[in-house]
Design a protein around this ligand. Structure first.
Ligand code: HEC
Length: 272
């Protein structure tokens, strides 16, 4: 009789022990008697998890406080909705705090920033509608850096003066006329139209997304704007900007007239 009793207690204990294990699923990592890497111990950000049950060694055991803390991004990546800036030092702090850019965050010069538009005409217009502000202030340093980039990558076709008659057009036979970047429609065009053109190109113009970093693209746009301003005898510098009231000079105010449309509604896309 005694044996039977002990046997029953034993079986109950045994069953109870195994019932402690729970299957993994959903957001639960589960508990295992013998963790054998069958189940991943991945965990979600900002979420308590029972990860500490699945321990192998001291290093892999994390406290609940640690697990519930927001995880920092992988180095060199830019979180969704953020932008990358070139600056370091106090300027970077200002940029991170949104001092000169909405949602700006510091990243290396060649920092990658996501671009969610596809190479379609609909997205070309969407980009022009959405990408209004240049996240970088107008600085002499930025314009100086953009000039050689423009001359090398764009000037050969669009001309060093931006009027669309680069060396490639003058000396070679090129199948299509490059856009005159100083023409009224390009002065009125939103920044997104330039940015999109650099990402994907247009017809016979190829894309330049692999040649210019995120920030370089925006500095080239500043440089094109500065040529447009010079052509109209307007100022576009780190002290003042009378071309548009969208771009902010580094040491002054953007006091000029708005481009056609306004800061929220960039101009309507061209007819074709
Ligand atoms: C190999 C010659 C060539 C180079 C280099 C070139 N482009 Fe172009 N680009 C063109 C041609 C041609 C067009 C006209 C395309 C069309 O409308 O069919 C054009 C059009 C454009 C447009 C107008 C797009 C639109 O929405 O109508 C922009 C903006 C532009 N280029 C910017 C740039 C910038 C910035 C660079 C340098 C990063 C550059 N291009 C380099 C040939 C070139």
């Amino acid at each position: 009789m005694k044996y039977v009793l002990w046997a029953i207690v034993g079986i109950i204990m045994f069953a109870w022990l195994f019932s402690l294990c729970s299957p993994a699923g959903g957001l639960k990592t589960g508990h295992e008697y013998m963790p054998d890497m069958v189940h991943p111990v991945s965990y979600e950000a900002n979420l308590y998890s029972a990860y500490e049950w699945n321990h192998w060694d001291k290093e892999s055991v994390k406290s609940k406080a640690e697990l519930s803390r927001p995880r920092s991004g992988v180095e060199g990546t830019v979180p969704r909705g953020m932008t990358a800036v070139y600056y370091t030092g106090s300027e970077a702090i200002s940029a991170i705090r949104g001092g000169n850019a909405v949602n700006a965050i510091a990243a290396p010069v060649n920092g990658h920033a996501p671009f969610y538009y596809q190479n379609t005409e609909a997205d070309r217009y969407a980009a022009e509608r959405d990408m209004v502000n240049n996240p970088f202030p107008i600085t002499k340093e930025g314009l100086d850096r953009a000039k050689p980039l423009y001359d090398i990558y764009c000037g050969i076709c669009h001309g060093k003066d931006g009027k669309g008659e680069g060396d490639l057009i003058k000396t070679e036979k090129y199948p299509a006329a490059p856009k005159n970047l100083l023409a009224e429609d390009m002065v009125a065009a939103g920044n997104g139209r330039f940015y999109f053109a650099m990402m994907y190109g247009k017809n016979v113009m190829g894309g330049y997304s692999d040649k210019l970093s995120y920030e370089e693209r925006w500095q080239v746009i500043h440089y094109i704007r500065s040529m447009q301003a010079a052509d109209k005898q307007l100022e576009y510098s780190e002290k003042a900007n009378t071309l548009s009231n969208v771009e902010k000079p580094a040491n002054g105010t953007a006091s000029g007239p708005a481009r056609a449309g306004n800061t929220v509604q960039p101009p309507a896309p061209p007819a074709n």
